[in-house]
Write a protein that binds this ligand. Structure first.
Ligand SMILES: *[C@@H]1O[C@H](CO)[C@@H](O)[C@H](O)[C@H]1NC(C)=O
Ligand SMILES: *[C@@H]1O[C@H](CO)[C@@H](O)[C@H](O)[C@H]1NC(C)=O
Ligand SMILES: *[C@@H]1O[C@H](CO)[C@@H](O)[C@H](O)[C@H]1NC(C)=O
Ligand SMILES: *[C@@H]1O[C@H](CO)[C@@H](O)[C@H](O)[C@H]1NC(C)=O
Ligand SMILES: *[C@@H]1O[C@H](CO)[C@@H](O)[C@H](O)[C@H]1NC(C)=O
Ligand SMILES: *[C@@H]1O[C@H](CO)[C@@H](O)[C@H](O)[C@H]1NC(C)=O
Ligand SMILES: *[C@@H]1O[C@H](CO)[C@@H](O)[C@H](O)[C@H]1NC(C)=O
Ligand SMILES: *[C@@H]1O[C@H](CO)[C@@H](O)[C@H](O)[C@H]1NC(C)=O
Ligand SMILES: *[C@@H]1O[C@H](CO)[C@@H](O)[C@H](O)[C@H]1NC(C)=O
Ligand SMILES: *[C@@H]1O[C@H](CO)[C@@H](O)[C@H](O)[C@H]1NC(C)=O
Ligand SMILES: *[C@@H]1O[C@H](CO)[C@@H](O)[C@H](O)[C@H]1NC(C)=O
Ligand SMILES: *[C@@H]1O[C@H](CO)[C@@H](O)[C@H](O)[C@H]1NC(C)=O
Length: 620
């Protein structure tokens, strides 16, 4: 007998089932308050997998009298991919069942997925699904998200977690703390998230219990969902980081995801990613505010408690996200520009996916969304560094640069600031281009200046170096890190006070005030047109200079300063990168926290020329 007769049967039984369900729900308890989540109506609509409560084999095709409710009073049934939402009071236990009929019922339809994604399950033919099911029972996933928690009587205490109990035994239909049964499993709820995954061929009973406590007042609220397709709510392996802090200023931060593909720009997958509307969102929360603790792995918990969001449906006044291919390797990734942050504050940032990214809620496989482990980042203190990205010439720039908030307002002045830096660099590049055109680039290889490098390499290296050097990466003047270079010390602060009037108060050595490298900026434009006052610079990485010298013909006269004779004042080294330190600036730098960098290492360059080129001596 073919076991796939469920669909017609199910259509025929639908109206009867709805009536039955209503009856069932009114007789058994759930007087739950569904105030919080409108998405979670208990009555499933017709277009997603409905469930029937039956004690017979689903393929035995008979009439409606076979449908009998067997679950105990006080046990509510869950349908496939259809979340239920419930309030639960301190000390209370609520019971749910994922009935056999739903487990044996039709699968949800997974979507197309993200570009290049292999959806193994969709490749199975329906017969293979059936075969697999008969061999092992169906794979089932019960997932829980805590949406609200009680408040602590005393500040800062974190409420205890809900508990989840599972019973696969008909003799224990109400698993829970007081059931007295040994045939139940306790599933850890952590950060407001729990998952139970097993092969099941019969009813699965679930108990959700709220611990007894006197230290907190109020209720919990949670979402629970069962699925035979995939976890409805996800929490990704904490080892798999997929969100990185690029840089920030005193009110904004730029975050990016990992590369989404390694495909080449001429490949379809690459182009699909770049055209995609950004699939991920971000929640962020000030670490001083403890409200996300206890729900930091739960999508609804973050949605209810995190103050800052980007690219999440149904949240007003939030930050935006976009796809970009900026950065090392030029691969697609998503970036989040987050504003409205407090200065000198530590934040948690959580990457999330709302549903499956194009759709969410009941009937969608994985429709509850997924959360990735939190990352940490920090905002700057002073107001004379501004996070800047999206330049047209120096398109790889994405970091904080020296600014003057009185001249370039943090709210509206950033495009002007960006244009000032960018056009300055583009202008210098133009001079360089004229010089490069005098070089025999396009001759036979014997006449070319180098066998290994050509003029395109030179132009690329020059642009990288030029952008990094004329657009310095800014750090707080108050940041004590040893790799930072103080700049512009002779200029007054934005607030008018100056170091030279009281060097000891600012703990600044007089020698720094007397040296051109530290009493001014490397790029004179900054001192004349921006006037940011004293700041610190994350020096460009020294390999940018070596790469330039190696890539360009000697006749252009590029050279790098010698170690011990100016190199250290002008260039930095990548150290402690695995600890998340960006000790020198290179385009596309982000806090990757990975030891295995793909960036070219500088080779030792022994020849040194006098650095005189187009009057840019200061820049070297
Ligand atoms: C809380 O305490 C009450 C009364 O002692 C008990 O009935 C209930 O089972 C307890 N709840 C939990 C979750 O332990
Ligand atoms: C999300 O789910 C909807 C409904 O099932 C589906 O149409 C869509 O293709 C899915 N999106 C992705 C990216 O898989
Ligand atoms: C906490 O507050 C609740 C409700 O106001 C109260 O019932 C409980 O006794 C308080 N607990 C403590 C330890 O103060
Ligand atoms: C990030 O991307 C790199 C390159 O594709 C890959 O090796 C690494 O595993 C990815 N990391 C995560 C967390 O996906
Ligand atoms: C894509 O570009 C790479 C090099 O840029 C080239 O080797 C490859 O053949 C190209 N592929 C297609 C499909 O055009
Ligand atoms: C900024 O700080 C204030 C006061 O501490 C706080 O109320 C507010 O939520 C914070 N905002 C953010 C985005 O962290
Ligand atoms: C980036 O710059 C382009 C033009 O250079 C502009 O159209 C676009 O809106 C900018 N995007 C953001 C997010 O600022
Ligand atoms: C130099 O300028 C010319 C003309 O403006 C342009 O065609 C060429 O691409 C530029 N060269 C480089 C390396 O940018
Ligand atoms: C060299 O020749 C190629 C092809 O003829 C041309 O595209 C390129 O712009 C030339 N480069 C320079 C620097 O003139
Ligand atoms: C002016 O600003 C600087 C840098 O932020 C700070 O160190 C200094 O204390 C300020 N001076 C006054 C008088 O507020
Ligand atoms: C910086 O130091 C140089 C060398 O001592 C000096 O000539 C110059 O006037 C100083 N600049 C400022 C703005 O004080
Ligand atoms: C790098 O780490 C070592 C040891 O942790 C530390 O001594 C050193 O100061 C760090 N360097 C920088 C530039 O942070």
């Amino acid at each position: 007998m073919p076991p796939i007769k469920l669909a017609p049967l199910f259509a025929a039984c639908l109206s009867a089932s709805v009536v039955l369900l209503l009856l069932y729900l009114s007789l058994t308890k759930p007087h739950f308050a569904y105030a919080l989540e409108s998405e979670s109506s208990r009555i499933p609509s017709e277009d997603h997998n409905f469930y029937i409560i039956s004690d017979e084999e689903p393929h035995e095709e008979t009439d409606e009298h076979r449908i009998t409710v067997r679950a105990e009073v006080g046990v509510s049934a869950l349908a496939n991919n259809d979340p239920a939402n419930s309030n639960i009071e301190i000390g209370q236990t609520q019971n749910w069942v994922f009935p056999k009929a739903a487990i044996d019922g039709p699968h949800g339809t997974p979507g197309v997925g993200l570009p290049g994604e292999k959806l193994e399950e969709t490749e199975l033919q329906p017969e293979q699904h059936e075969l697999r099911r008969r061999q092992t029972g169906s794979r089932i996933y019960i997932t829980l998200n805590t949406c609200l928690q009680p408040s602590p009587n005393t500040t800062n205490a974190v409420p205890p977690q809900l508990q989840m109990y599972i019973s696969l035994s008909e003799s224990n239909q109400k698993p829970g703390p007081g059931s007295g049964h040994t045939d139940q499993q306790t599933i850890t709820v952590d950060g407001g998230y729990a998952i139970f995954e097993a092969n099941a061929d019969n009813d699965v009973y679930v108990g959700i219990s709220a611990p007894n406590t006197s230290e907190f007042s109020g209720i919990w609220n949670y979402n629970i969902a069962a699925s035979i397709d995939a976890p409805f709510y996800g929490f990704e392996d904490p080892e798999v980081k997929n969100l990185y802090f690029v840089d920030g200023d005193n009110h904004a931060a730029l975050l990016i995801t990992n590369d989404t593909t390694q495909a080449l720009p001429n490949q379809t997958v690459y182009q699909e990613w770049m055209k995609l509307s950004p699939p991920w969102g971000v929640f962020a929360s000030n670490q001083n505010e403890r409200t996300i603790l206890g729900v930091q792995k739960s999508f609804c918990g973050l949605k209810n408690n995190a103050k800052v969001a980007a690219n999440i449906d149904n949240i007003i006044n939030q930050n935006v996200a976009q796809m970009t291919n900026r950065g090392l390797g030029g691969k697609p990734k998503e970036q989040f520009y987050i504003t409205g942050l407090n200065a000198t504050s530590k934040y948690w940032g959580m990457l999330v996916m709302d549903g499956n990214s194009t759709d969410s809620g009941a009937g969608v496989v994985g429709g509850g969304g997924a959360v990735w482990a939190a990352i940490e980042f920090e905002t700057k203190t002073e107001n004379n560094c501004a996070l800047m990205y999206n330049l047209s010439f120096c398109s790889e720039v994405a970091y904080a640069v020296p600014t003057n908030p009185d001249k370039f307002s943090p709210e509206t002045g950033l495009p002007d600031l960006a244009a000032l830096y960018d056009s300055n660099a583009a202008q210098m590049y133009q001079y360089f281009n004229y010089s490069l055109q005098q070089i025999p680039c396009n001759t036979t290889s014997s006449a070319q200046y180098s066998l290994a490098r050509n003029c395109d390499d030179c132009a690329r290296a020059y642009k990288q170096w030029l952008c990094a050097v004329t657009i310095p990466r800014c750090a707080d003047f108050s940041n004590p890190a040893s790799f930072l270079m103080p700049r512009n010390l002779a200029q007054p602060f934005i607030n008018g006070s100056s170091i030279s009037s009281d060097p000891s108060r600012f703990n600044v050595n007089q020698a720094l005030l007397n040296a051109v490298a530290t009493n001014s900026s490397r790029n004179p434009l900054i001192d004349t047109s921006i006037q940011p006052g004293p700041y610190k610079e994350v020096l460009p990485c020294e390999y940018l200079c070596y790469d330039l010298v190696q890539s360009c013909p000697a006749s252009l006269g590029f050279s790098c300063p010698l170690r011990g004779r100016g190199l250290e004042e002008s260039y930095g080294k990548r150290v402690n990168e695995s600890e998340g330190v960006i000790s020198c600036s290179y385009l596309g730098a982000a806090y990757y926290l990975s030891g295995s960098s793909t960036v070219l290492r500088p080779s030792v360059y022994s020849m040194v020329f006098l650095a005189v080129f187009l009057g840019l001596r200061n820049l070297f």
